[in-house]
Design a protein around this ligand. Structure first.
Ligand SMILES: Cc1ncc(COP(=O)(O)O)c(C=O)c1O
Length: 396
């Protein structure tokens, strides 16, 4: 491990992978010692076009030649921001017409919570067990795992957590609630897909009570689950949509998106009550527009469906209890946490990078680039099967 990394970069666990990356391209990451790694996790659902897609790199270069940061968010009409906001409006429902750009997912959720409070004048928030919305104080307050909240209390007051996916529990949402925040498919909480009935009931309950529905598509957005946004498959539309991760094509970018009526609440009483210096950085916006065009031109959301089929067919193994998720956002639940750790390690030793969830020890997770060539995916799945065979106690 790089001794400067070991000594001076902050660690967030006692077992960082510590891989020294030299360069990356397409589905591959190359280490400084020349090792080639197949990236089946895409920087946790970020590099949906693979690494350094030429169209994204070209857009970044062109923007670098024009300008970098010039003015705090929203005060100048910056061409790359305006072009991206307009293009988004052409692929989103008409009610999601205004984009507030951020840099990260947690910041997008912070903005959404503040917007909901300001628009409704209400203070209570509702979220779901096992949810993950980010690590800043507001987003952490609505993250549904006490073990991650407890070291940082007091957080926001007036947050209620309901069981994810249970229709009866939705009656707890009433007309004192500013917003309900949910992931359409929970990622870090264990790759959990709720039923269409539940999502429709959630939408209905929010409409009945005037609570805004915030859907956090930071992880599910931009084709990962088989449609451009996961909410499309449930046949509902949120009041506020939050995005990040794959949005920037590898550059840092997030957003919360709402209708004019809701977003107007940010303009006054007082003006400038929610600003961010770097939100919607011109280079990130240029990269995001190029990335979105490639995603649409190459029908990559549909490719996510093919990836799911291929993975489910290939990974038929007794050590796998269940394959959860949708499209190219999948989690393999194994019988045993120790075996899970060994399988992930074994795959890395054989050049395949898998994911893990923040909140689930026995879950191996994959989120490959949506344009991963079939042959590369098959190569990685073969490595996974070998690892499962070797590490599974039932198959010594
Ligand atoms: C659903 C969801 N929301 C929010 C976040 C936080 O995003 P960021 O790490 O960009 O702050 C994540 C990150 O994993 C996420 O999966």
């Amino acid at each position: 491990m790089d001794s400067r990394f070991a000594t001076h970069v902050a660690w967030t666990s006692d077992q960082p992978l510590g891989l020294s990356v030299d360069w990356a391209e397409g589905p591959f990451i190359y280490l400084e010692d020349g090792t080639r790694i197949i990236d089946l996790i895409s920087g946790i659902a970020v590099s949906s076009l693979g690494h350094r897609h030429p169209r994204v790199v070209d857009a970044v270069r062109r923007q670098l030649d024009r300008h970098l940061h010039v003015m705090v968010y929203g005060e100048f009409a910056i061409e790359s921001q305006s072009a991206l906001a307009h293009r988004l409006s052409t692929v989103l429902p008409a009610s999601l017409s205004r984009v507030y750009f951020t840099m990260t997912g947690t910041e997008a959720n912070e903005g959404a919570l503040k917007l909901a409070k300001k628009y409704t004048g209400r203070r209570r928030l509702v979220a779901f067990d096992r949810s993950y919305h980010g690590d800043t104080h507001g987003s952490l307050s609505v993250t549904g795992r006490a073990v991650y909240r407890d070291p940082f209390v007091p957080l926001l007051p007036d947050v209620a957590f309901l069981p994810f996916g249970e229709i009866d529990a939705l009656s707890a949402i009433d007309d004192t609630v500013a917003c309900v925040i949910a992931e359409p498919i929970q990622g870090e909480g264990g790759v959990r897909v709720p039923s269409v009935e539940w999502m429709v009931a959630l939408r209905d309950r929010c409409s009945e009570t005037g609570a805004l529905l915030v859907l956090d598509e930071v992880q599910t957005g931009f084709g990962r689950t088989g449609t451009l946004f996961a909410f499309e498959a449930f046949g509902i539309v949120p009041d506020i949509l939050t995005v990040a991760k794959a949005f920037g094509g590898g550059m840092p970018l997030g957003a919360f998106i709402a209708g004019d009526d809701v977003m107007d609440a940010l303009r006054r009483d007082p003006p400038l009550s929610h600003v961010t210096t770097f939100g919607g950085h011109p280079v990130s916006c240029a990269a995001a527009l190029a990335s979105l065009e490639v995603l649409l031109e190459e029908s990559l959301p549909a490719r996510a469906v093919l990836i799911e089929r291929r993975v489910r067919k290939a990974l038929d193994h007794p050590e796998i209890v269940e394959i959860r998720g949708k499209g190219a956002m999948l989690g393999m639940l194994l019988h045993d946490a120790d075996v899970t750790g060994r399988v992930v390690r074994h795959c890395l030793d054989e050049g395949v990078l898998l994911g893990w969830t923040l909140h689930g020890d026995s879950l191996v997770r994959i989120a490959p680039p949506l344009n991963i060539p079939e042959a590369v995916l098959d190569e990685a799945l073969a490595v996974m099967l070998r690892a499962l065979d070797r590490e599974s106690p039932a198959r010594p």
